[in-house]
Design a protein around this ligand. Structure first.
Ligand code: PMP
Ligand code: GLU
Length: 397
């Protein structure tokens, strides 16, 4: 008899990965699909990082690594946090995991009890809500509208916190909206949080380097809450290393210890080879990061200008990450032949069928009425994809 656990039954599959899978299947059937669904840099991992991995193999880094990661990597991460963010961390406060995804999930499982509340500003990345459900926690969604550039206000945060709140998950630059909180906006949120000592801040900073504002601000910079901020980051986006699976937390010691315990029973240390590659990423030349950031900025400008020409598509001004999150409700309720577009999910499927462009339904980010497009692809793909989207939308009546 099949007996799937209740916790897995309650979980939704990752919509980003599902859409990407769908687009790969169509591609395998010979359909010319442009995949703007999954968000990952289209660049190859820089050569000096690949060389470090090859050397690690030759140097026999083939044994189990320490559960929290090699000390040399954790020291390199501490040096990065000091150099780029001006914050002192000890290597004991760093836990390296299989991607930032595991870092986030470790932290949620290690600190959230059934019934605890977790505040999540929305639109929010697909996995937060499911991870909180896995821990038995209660998601408290705080919608941030298009008009407020998808960023929550201190008043909204204060209203969402109850005696049962134990965590807020903040993602800046944001997946899926590209919004970036300024220092003043973060300071205002930190002021509210300073009055709630039981609430920890899970600061997802995975898009730190893909930022067009010229300045990155971490909420960990404010001393009044500093000892309750867990920074989540990794090499996936900044160094084009999504497949290597290295992320980390920089956390208060009690959180780091709990995550270390969980990881020790669950996955052990992350891949030895990938850790050596990540170490090279943090200690080596950094110009590759800026080169990729510049390319993303150029593509952001291109896709935003092209999408703005499509009637009824409403856009914010994304300042980071590599996503645009247009509001498409003008097309909901329209039809094409016998097809009726009843939701943004229907629209994403219609665009896949009709335009052969894979996007993700905003509902997966708790924001129905929107779709997400990743522009981590070539300029040619962006031009062609938007042309096809415009043509498909024009057919709807
Ligand atoms: N947080 C956000 C907001 C992301 O977009 C991603 C990428 N899927 C992750 C975390 C996870 O990153 P990683 O590939 O390092 O697991
Ligand atoms: N960051 C990517 C995305 O949101 C990766 C896919 C995932 O892990 O969900 O598309």
């Amino acid at each position: 008899m099949e007996h799937i656990s209740d916790r897995i039954k309650a979980m939704s599959p990752s919509a980003t990965l599902a859409m990407s899978q769908k687009s790969s299947e169509l591609k395998a059937q010979g359909v010319d699909v442009i995949n703007l669904s999954v968000g990952e840099p289209d660049f190859f991992t820089p050569d000096h990082i690949k060389e470090a991995a090859k050397k690690a193999i030759d140097d026999n880094f083939s044994f189990y690594s320490p559960v929290p990661g090699y000390l040399s990597l954790r020291k390199a991460i501490c040096a990065k946090l000091k150099r780029e963010n001006g914050i002192d961390f000890a290597p004991e406060q760093i836990i390296v995991s299989n991607g930032a995804k595991q870092s986030l999930c470790n932290c949620i499982l290690a600190t959230i009890n059934p019934g605890d509340e977790v505040v999540i500003p929305t639109p929010a990345w697909v996995s937060y809500v499911e991870m909180v459900k896995l821990a038995g926690g209660e998601n408290v969604l705080v919608p941030a509208s298009h008009e407020q550039d998808f960023k929550i206000t201190p008043q909204q945060l204060a209203a969402a916190i109850t005696p049962r709140t134990r965590m807020i998950i903040l993602c800046s630059p944001s997946n899926p909206t590209g919004s970036v909180y300024s220092r003043e906006e973060l300071k205002a949120l930190a002021n509210v949080l300073s009055e709630h000592p039981d609430v920890i801040v899970l600061a997802d900073e995975i898009y730190e380097h893909i930022n067009y504002t010229g300045e990155f601000n971490s909420i960990s910079q404010f001393p009044e809450i500093r000892d309750r901020v867990v920074i989540v980051n990794g090499v996936s986006k900044a160094y084009a290393m999504t497949g290597w699976r290295i992320g980390y937390i920089a956390a208060p010691l009690w959180v780091a210890k709990a995550c270390n315990k969980l990881q020790g029973q669950y996955t052990s240390g992350a891949s030895s080879i990938a850790q050596k590659a990540a170490e090279a990423a943090y200690t080596g030349p950094q110009d590759c990061v800026e080169d990729m950031r510049k390319a993303f900025e150029r593509r952001r400008n291109l896709i935003v200008s092209l999408l703005k020409e499509i009637p009824g598509v409403k856009l914010n001004d994304p300042q980071g990450a590599f996503y645009v999150f247009p509001e498409v409700s003008a097309y909901i309720g329209k039809r094409y032949g016998d097809k009726i577009i009843e939701s943004s999910g229907d629209l994403a499927l219609y665009l896949l069928d009709e335009a052969h462009v894979a996007t993700v339904d905003g509902a997966a980010f708790c924001a129905p009425g929107y779709i997400r497009l990743s522009y981590a692809t070539s300029d040619d793909n962006i031009r062609e994809a938007v042309k096809r989207i415009a043509a498909a939308l024009a057919k709807l009546q």
